[in-house]
Each structure stands twice: as structure tokens, then as C-alpha cells.
Ligand binder design. Structure first.
Ligand code: SF4
Length: 447
């Protein structure tokens, strides 16, 4: 579940709108005969908001919207990155969707509740249908840091069956009903900010994509006091493990000040912290001093073993020496690390992917790595490679919302897919890209 969902629900609730989050995956896991329409036996919503943040939900979001329209008279509004980027196409293709909120959705959603039967031009960031014509509000809302301080991401009681959500959500965030993995820890994602300062070629959430989708032209941080308050609430809810994924600058003074505040407040919690570029040793020392070591780790994603390929694709670029220096620092500080690679980067060839395998093996053999994996990159809407495929030697197979929708519809229906990743490059076929990651992961399991 995108971590903003709780804040959206809380914001509605505090503005006087009775709100429930229903995670249809959780409902299906606990009751195999659950159907979306069952919701309307118990609830009579006037508005149903559906998350379409991530393109993998393209088919499911529309399928849910169609069920809502069939079994209720509720208005359907979509939000999230994918919905934002494809808003006009979604509205023109599917009668089940009444409106899409582009970008930051908190204030627009409140305005939508107020204006839904009156003047939708008053709702910022809204694209909507009126008498089958698609219209766009001229009003704009972009959350700033002062606004972020108003949000509460801890209202898990608004999520139906939230205990099952905790029970079934592992540290990696996948729904995992395996009994030996559950009840070990309670895990939650920590909101730390929005945006990015760079553009990685493959990322649909980089600086330019954020400008396009949300209008945000630089990263903003959640106020440190607010993050500390969130962690304190998490502790009260017996959440002992957190995931922190917001590191938009090489200068980490903000995080260091936050860590100091967490220590001062005696918050005892673990953190899996994603570094978007290698840090200095001082950061690792402070990280180790701040978080409970039980589930804590630092995560880094060099993506490629080839410095040239990394440089041409990553916004935060660094050479292998810098990576090894960082790994040495983590080793000296006894902080476990996770290292992630990808296949399918532009300018990657079967030959230079061997450098990725070699680098992965060296790291595994010499450093305290608790997880290492390579995944084939999947084409993200609004990424640099999606917007300028020729510049990155990419041939797109998914070019529209309907391509994403079709891919995940076939997956849901068990029909063989025509593409798993949505592209091939001038250097490798889709099959070769997938095989590179398979080769890498075989090396990991045999090392
Ligand atoms: S550092 Fe790269 S991958 Fe991470 S959010 Fe920014 S552009 Fe995306």
C-alpha cells in the first residue's frame, strides 16, 4: 500500500468525512471467496478513491473502478503517479473513472468531496469528465514542507483488518503468508519527504518526472519533529522495524540532525535505510548509534558493475572505488548491507554485464551482505527512457496506459505475456536482459 494512503484517509477523516481504507489483497488473502462487490453490502460510499500509484496496478485499479460502478452509485477518483501521468487517456478509455487527481492529492481530495456535485473547476490538480468531455482544473496544489507537517501517517485503525496487514507484510513489503516469516516483527514505512534532485534514466520518480507529474522542482523533507512523532507513535503500536527510503542529496546534514533527535527521544526502533548514493563513514557511525541493530541495515543500489554504464544511467554516479570505500566503512561499523543490481540499463551488453556479476561476487565474498539480487528493469512511465527512448537506445513495447493495462490484464487472466519488461535496448533483447539477472542471481546462490 503506498504510504500516503494512511495520510489521505486521516486527512479526510479529520475534515469530517467518514473514511475506510480497504486493501483488497488483504481481504482476498484472509477470505478466498472475497469479492470486491461484498464491500457494498456493508458500506455505501459516496466517493471511492482508488490508488493507481504504481503501474503494476493498472488493470486492477480499473477492474475495481468497474465493480464500484456496477454495484454502487459512488463517484470514482483515481490518484498516484501512474494515474497522474496517464490521466487523460484513462478518462477517455474508461467510463468507470469519473476523475483523476494529478500529483499531490490531500488538499484536492478534500475539495473534491466539497465540490463533487458543484464546480469541479474549483478542485486543484483535477482532470475529470463532464458530459463526456474531459476537462482540467486550472487550480494547482503542490504540497510544501509546512503542509507536510499537517499529515499523519499512523492512523492504521482506518485500514480494515490492519492486524492482518501487519501480519502479512514482511520487511521487503511483499504480502507473504508463509507462517515461518510472520509475527517475527511489525513493520512500517516512514514518510521522510517527496521528490528527487536527480534523474536516473530508468526512474519514473526522478526530478523531471516529479516536475511533470506533481510540479515539484526540488525535494522537500517532512519536518524532523514530525518524523520523530511518527516513530514514537509506531513504537506505541509495537512496530519495531521501519523502512526509510528518502535520500535526495549527498549532503546528509538533515538526516544526521534527525538521527540525533531520535536518540534524544530514546526511540528504540530498527531501520532499513536506503542510500541513494554512498555516504561518508560518519553517517554510518551515526546510523549504527541511532537504530536498534536487530533488523537494521543499509541498502545501496550500484545497479551495474560497469562504471561507464552506471555513469550513463544513474543520477548519483560513483566509481567502484567509492563503492568499496563505503562497503569497508560499513564493515568497520559492523552494519549489515543489502546491495541491489539491475539488468537492462542502457549501454549494458552481455559482455559488460559480466562486470556486474564480477563486482557482485567480490562484494559477497568480502563484505557483510545480507541480501543481494539483480532484477530486470521494467519500463517506468515518465522516466527519461520512456520519454526519450531513442536517446537511450531503447525500443519501447509499452507506449500507453492501454499497453500497461493489457500486460497486467493478461497476467491476471493467466494468458501468456508478449512482454515482461516493456522494452528492449539497442544492445540486448528482452530475453537477454532477463537472462542477465538470472545469471547474476545464480551466482549469488552459488557463492
Ligand atoms: S535517485 Fe534515481 S532512482 Fe532514486 S528517486 Fe532519484 S531518480 Fe529515482
Amino acid at each position: 500500500m503506498p504510504l500516503g494512503t494512511l495520510a489521505l484517509a486521516d486527512f479526510l477523516d479529520r475534515h469530517g468525512y467518514s473514511t475506510r481504507i480497504i486493501h483488497t489483497g488483504i481481504e482476498q488473502l484472509q477470505n478466498r471467496s472475497f469479492k470486491i462487490e461484498d464491500i457494498f453490502k456493508e458500506y455505501s460510499p459516496t466517493v471511492v478513491g482508488i490508488d493507481l500509484h504504481w503501474f503494476v496496478h493498472s488493470y486492477d485499479a480499473v477492474r475495481i473502478a468497474e465493480t464500484v460502478k456496477e454495484y454502487s452509485s459512488a463517484k470514482v477518483v483515481l490518484g498516484g503517479f501512474t494515474a497522474s501521468y496517464f490521466a487523460e487517456e484513462i478518462l477517455s478509455r474508461f467510463n468507470s473513472v469519473d476523475a483523476v487527481i494529478k500529483g499531490d492529492a490531500e488538499e484536492p481530495l478534500i475539495q473534491f468531496m466539497r465540490e463533487r456535485d458543484r464546480d469541479l473547476q474549483e478542485v486543484p490538480n483535477l482532470v475529470y469528465k463532464e458530459e463526456n468531455i474531459i476537462k482540467k482544473s486550472e487550480k494547482r496544489f503542490i504540497a510544501d514542507e509546512a503542509f507536510l507537517s499537517k499529515l499523519d501517517y499512523t492512523r492504521f485503525e482506518l485500514l480494515l483488518n490492519c492486524e492482518n496487514y501487519f501480519r502479512l507484510t514482511t520487511q521487503t513489503g511483499d504480502l507473504d503468508p508463509q507462517p515461518w516469516k510472520v509475527r517475527v516483527k511489525r513493520h512500517a514505512w516512514v514518510p521522510m519527504g517527496r521528490g528527487c534532485s536527480v534523474n536516473c534514466s530508468y526512474c519514473g520518480g526522478g526530478l523531471d518526472a516529479q516536475c511533470l507529474i506533481t510540479g515539484r522542482d526540488k525535494p522537500i523533507f517532512h519536518p524532523k519533529e514530525k518524523v520523530v512523532e511518527t516513530l514514537r507513535r509506531f513504537m506505541e503500536m509495537r512496530i519495531d522495524s521501519t523502512y526509510m527510503d528518502f535520500d535526495p542529496y549527498r549532503d546528509r546534514r538533515h538526516h544526521l540532525e534527525l538521527f540525533e533527535m531520535i536518540r534524544k527521544e530514546k526511540i528504540d526502533i530498527s531501520s532499513e535505510f536506503l542510500l541513494w548514493s554512498p555516504s561518508n563513514r560518519g553517517f554510518i557511525t551515526e546510523f549504527a548509534k541511532t537504530f536498534n541493530p536487530l533488523y537494521s541495515s543499509l541498502v545501496i543500489s550500484p545497479e551495474s558493475g560497469s562504471e561507464e554504464v552506471r555513469q550513463k544511467n544513474k543520477g548519483f554516479c560513483y566509481d567502484n572505488k567509492t563503492l568499496f570505500d563505503w562497503l569497508n566503512d560499513a564493515k568497520r561499523e559492523s552494519v549489515p548491507v543489502k546491495v541491489f543490481f539491475s539488468s537492462g540499463l542502457s549501454w549494458e551488453t552481455k559482455e559488460n554485464f559480466n562486470e556486474t556479476i564480477k563486482l557482485g561476487k567480490t562484494i559477497l565474498e568480502n563484505y557483510p551482505v545480507i541480501e543481494m539480487v539483480s532484477n530486470p528493469l521494467v519500463m517506468e512511465p515518465a522516466s527519461k527512457r520512456y520519454l526519450n527512448p531513442e536517446m537511450f537506445g531503447v525500443k519501447l513495447k509499452w507506449k500507453s496506459f492501454m499497453d500497461y493495462y493489457g500486460r497486467f490484464k493478461r497476467l491476471a487472466e493467466g494468458i501468456p505475456e508478449d512482454s515482461r519488461i516493456g522494452y528492449e535496448t539497442s544492445w540486448e533483447s528482452e530475453r537477454e536482459i532477463i537472462e542477465n539477472s538470472i545469471r547474476f542471481n545464480k551466482m549469488v546462490s552459488s557463492t
